[in-house]
Design a protein around this ligand. Structure first.
Ligand code: HMG
Ligand code: MG
Length: 296
């Protein structure tokens, strides 16, 4: 059966802006605040990674510290290692996320270590997060294909997902990093992972490079998943996945879900305004078709 509610996990300020040209810290703060005003209650606002690798995220501490926080909204940060976790704690992130991959090639290019080494690195991070009662989310990249290793077995996605879940990640986000997946394959992959991790602890994180993300999400809606990651205005890409485009636009998913009678708690009009404002700051067209259709 279809769910009655889907929780959107908004990644535009992080996954989006990490791969766009630099905007000011004030623009980032305004984006996060506008998203919260639209009713988005889970927002990835920061990334504590090496500024040499991703200079766009270098002001993550100032962003998190500068936001006027809204009760009930969780402001998340990516943290690849203990150093990242310390910075996230200092900036009072509501939760953090570790990120692994289902492919060795991508793991090496993205975080400069193997899958197993990345998991070793996450163990002390998870312990420290637990001491601070900080929830940790886990990402698995390349779940439907890798720019370096090609096809990825669903069993490998399930294996890495289960490890992260057993380490204590409260939710596992399945990343189609390069957007190559198609609906039947996406659903089979989610079902394979759901045999190891409860489906309501999974999230879909589908980039829209090939225009398949909305169809892939629709194909997975009856698997028991309850969370989808999206990016307002379709912002972004990935610096370590050549040719990748942004995640599915939040506005497009909200429009589809509301049209199907599935609640999100989000005000589509305000969401569109938030996307239009950051698109103007970037000097680019809003990447959401729904936003463009409703903004004329
Ligand atoms: P490394 O070079 O192997 O590590 O990088 P290192 O420990 O030797 O550190 C090198 C330098 O980085 C040192 O500085 C450290 O202090 C610094 P130096 O001495 O050279 O001046 N450093 C840090 N600085 C700030 N914050 C930190 C931090 N850690 C080390 N946390 C590392 C390893 C993981 C740090 C690096 O490879 C890195 O930053 N990678 C991040 C790449 C990234 O951000 N990718 C995009 C996000 S993932 C994604 O988009 C996919 C996702 O959306 C899901 C999907 O779509 O599939 C999540
Ligand atoms: Mg991503």
């Amino acid at each position: 059966a279809l769910p009655s509610h889907i929780s959107l996990f908004e990644v535009g300020p992080r996954d989006g802006l990490q791969n766009e040209k630099q905007v000011t810290t004030a623009d980032k703060i305004l984006l996060v605040e506008n998203l919260a005003s639209a009713g988005v209650n889970r927002i990835e606002a920061a990334s504590f990674v090496s500024p040499k690798w991703v200079p766009q995220m270098a002001d993550s501490g100032e962003v998190l510290k500068g936001i006027s926080r809204v009760a009930g909204v969780r402001y998340s940060a990516l943290t690849p290692n203990l150093k990242g976790l310390e910075l996230a704690l200092d900036a009072n992130a509501s939760e953090v996320a570790v990120f692994a991959a289902a492919s060795e090639g991508f793991s090496q290019k993205n975080i400069n270590c193997s899958i197993e080494e990345s998991i070793e690195r996450f163990i002390p991070l998870m312990e420290k997060a637990k001491e601070h009662n900080l929830p940790v989310r886990g990402y698995v990249s390349c779940v439907l294909g890798c720019p370096y290793d090609g096809e990825i077995a669903a069993s490998e996605v399930a294996r890495v997902s289960e490890i992260l879940y057993k380490l204590g990640c409260y939710e596992i986000s399945l990343g189609d990093t390069i957007g190559v997946g198609t609906p039947a394959k996406a659903r089979k992959m989610v079902e394979a992972v759901a045999a190891k991790v409860p489906a309501d602890k999974l999230a879909l994180h589908f980039h829209d490079t090939y225009g398949q993300a909305l169809a892939n999400i629709l194909a997975c809606l009856e698997t028991g998943i309850r969370t989808v990651d999206t990016s307002v205005a379709g912002l972004g890409g990935c610096p370590y996945a050549k040719g990748a485009s942004g995640n599915l636009a939040s506005e497009d998913l909200v429009y589809m879900l509301h049209g199907m009678g599935i609640d999100t708690g989000i005000d589509l009009g305000k969401l569109i305004e938030a996307g239009n404002r950051i698109s103007a700051a970037l000097g680019r067209q809003n990447g959401s078709k729904v936003a463009r259709a409703l903004s004329v």
